[in-house]
Ligand binder design. Sequence first.
Ligand SMILES: Nc1ncnc2c1ncn2[C@@H]1O[C@H](COP(=O)(O)OP(=O)(O)OP(=O)(O)O)[C@@H](O)[C@H]1O
Length: 280
Amino acid sequence: MSTTTATAAPTATPLLDARGVTMRFGGLTAVNNVDLTVAEGEIIGLIGPNGAGKTTFFNCLTGLYVPTEGTVRYREKVLPPKPHLVTQAGIARTFQNIRLFANMTVLENVLVGRHSRTKEGLISALVRGPGYRRAEADSREKAMALLEFTGLADKAEHLARNLPYGEQRKLEIARALASEPGLLLLDEPTAGMNPQETRAAEELVFAIRDRGVAILVIEHDMRFIFNLCDRTAVLVQGQKIVEGDRQLVQSDERVITAYLGEPLESAAAAETTDGTENTE
Ligand SMILES: Nc1ncnc2c1ncn2[C@@H]1O[C@H](COP(=O)(O)OP(=O)(O)OP(=O)(O)O)[C@@H](O)[C@H]1O
């Protein structure tokens, strides 16, 4: 299958450079020879029908899976195949199904996210020496700043499980930002959100980009994708079939066919009128 690309690859060295990424599970090729770059300051969309391989591709980028073939570089270095080392390198992510510590407070959840950026060791933590106390105060300050940024500061002491759904998704993003990433991967950030929450999520994504964090986002809500993204890549049956701007993606015959012959605009409208996603 050939790939159509509307925009030339960025000339500067990309932040993320995935080349020839393939992931096989036994006889099933979930991701097939996918190339994708994300440059500093970009918001890139990844769309495709259910089962197209989007989450598997994210898992290959974040060390959850070791790709069967291909390489993933971040800031020109091949990423180690361990999630915590990928986070340390500068890539953070959220998950399709919210993964918060339900019985911890909102603030504690964000503090957990800071773990990869704190240097104080176990001994220091146990004796609670001055170095530990300083690091802890610094972490709390940074975590509170992130809660301000995401609009959750007044709920810092609430248990995560008591937050409404849309705020739980925001908290996941705040926790991911706590690791001070250069690239944030969002897996269906508006799943289950109502239209107002979805519009607020768009604003949040732009604000994150304005803080200097590049974004790669999987979404089924086409309006969200096309409002936000500088480029969008389309996966179908594990292969990237098109990559480019809204116009190119929406007019590509193969994309239209992949979405059951329905023009993308009407697919987008159908998905967003009731504020629910069309998957799972
Ligand atoms: N751990 C695994 N073992 C075996 N097969 C898997 C595994 N993970 C994913 N798959 C298969 O790989 C294919 C791609 O799945 P994936 O979840 O990546 O798709 P997706 O595009 O994210 O779908 P959705 O939009 O529904 O979330 C599917 O056929 C899925 O069943």
